[in-house]
Design a protein around this ligand. Structure first.
Ligand SMILES: O=C(O)CCC(=O)C(=O)O
Ligand SMILES: [Fe+2]
Length: 320
């Protein structure tokens, strides 16, 4: 028999949570119930949460070696979008909202295939007993372009209808390429701070591997019993996260507690992932994070993951 290829993160098929919520359940089905996850949460109205600030990097003023780059090292940061087109971000947000609002019959066309992780569904579900997250996700590979599956990329083109015609280029493609530039800039700055020859970083990441995960967290009748996205660190170099409708929900693990991150307008969240922690020998630390949900309003986010090129090699660079 042919050996089966299974992608890391691939998943068993799971129900669509948005559909479940459409039936207006008063309580949450048992597969989603896990109140223990909230034990170490710090409420967003607490003093501790209001004092906690994520470093903010203004991309307009982004000059190498400045002290605030040093202070990023351990975690998540906000990057103000600088000259990143706010029109493009708005457009992307709209596309994603429309996409999750498609009727179920349409969404089914993009449902995950067994053993794959692209398409609609969830990630890392490996048994029928496993507890589930209160959210739907859509995952697709975006770079290098040869890895794109037309069925997923075109789904955005196809459904954005007349709106799309007003824009000469594919929104997702433009967004993907702008975020690649942003990631490259940040990685270049990190190389400078660490006094690594920028060519090492460039050679490793030029033509890098990029994927996007669109997360949709519907409102939940019992939000304190569920989690929108289980705790994890991203197994990538950098994640650029867009909080689409500026609802709170993202939390990071800080000194053993879960601290809420308030969305900042016109800013991305930049998460250090596991690969960057490895590349920098732990100087930049990957951040554990998760997403909570609420009873009032849906929440959407787009995580764009950036990785070295698939055939990239990293010979331990000497400090210059
Ligand atoms: O929705 C969020 O805020 C977090 C998303 C995330 O961590 C991910 O997709 O890896
Ligand atoms: Fe993540």
């Amino acid at each position: 028999m042919e050996p089966k290829t299974t992608w890391l993160g691939s998943s068993l098929l799971v129900p669509c949570v948005k559909e479940l919520v459409a039936q207006q359940p008063a309580t949450v089905p048992h597969r989603y119930v896990r109140p223990e996850v909230h034990l170490l949460s710090i409420s967003s109205s607490s003093d501790a949460a209001s004092k906690f600030q994520v470093p903010v990097i203004d991309m307009h003023r982004c000059i190498p070696r400045s002290p605030w780059i040093q202070s990023w090292r351990s975690c998540t940061m906000h990057a103000k979008t600088g000259d990143f087109s706010s029109f493009l971000v708005k457009k992307m947000k709209k596309e994603i909202q429309e996409f999750f609002n498609l009727p179920m019959e349409e969404k089914k066309k993009y449902w995950q295939q067994e053993g794959d992780m692209e398409g609609f569904g969830q990630a890392f579900v490996v048994s029928e007993e496993q507890k589930l997250d209160w959210g739907d996700m859509f995952y697709m590979l975006t770079l290098p372009a040869r890895l794109r599956k037309p069925i997923y990329c075109q789904s955005f083109l196809f459904h954005s209808g007349s709106l799309f015609l007003s824009l000469p280029i594919d929104t997702v493609e433009a967004y993907s390429s702008e975020l690649e530039k942003l990631a490259t800039k940040i990685l270049g700055l990190i190389a400078k701070v660490l006094r690594i020859d920028p060519n090492y970083m460039r050679d490793l990441f030029e033509g890098g591997f990029q994927a996007m995960r669109m997360n949709y967290y519907p409102p939940c009748p019992q939000p304190d019993l569920v989690i929108g996205l289980s705790a994890h660190s991203d197994a990538v170099a950098l994640t650029i996260l867009l909080q689409v409708n500026e609802m709170e929900g993202l939390q990071i693990k800080k000194d053993g507690n879960w601290v809420p991150i308030k969305p900042l307008p016109n800013a991305f969240i930049i998460n250090i992932g596991d690969i960057l922690e490895i590349l920098t020998n732990g100087i930049y630390r990957s951040i554990e994070h998760r997403a909570t949900v609420n009873s009032d309003k849906e929440r959407l986010s787009i995580a764009t993951f950036y990785n070295p090129r698939l055939d990239g090699k990293w010979d331990q660079p000497q400090a210059s």
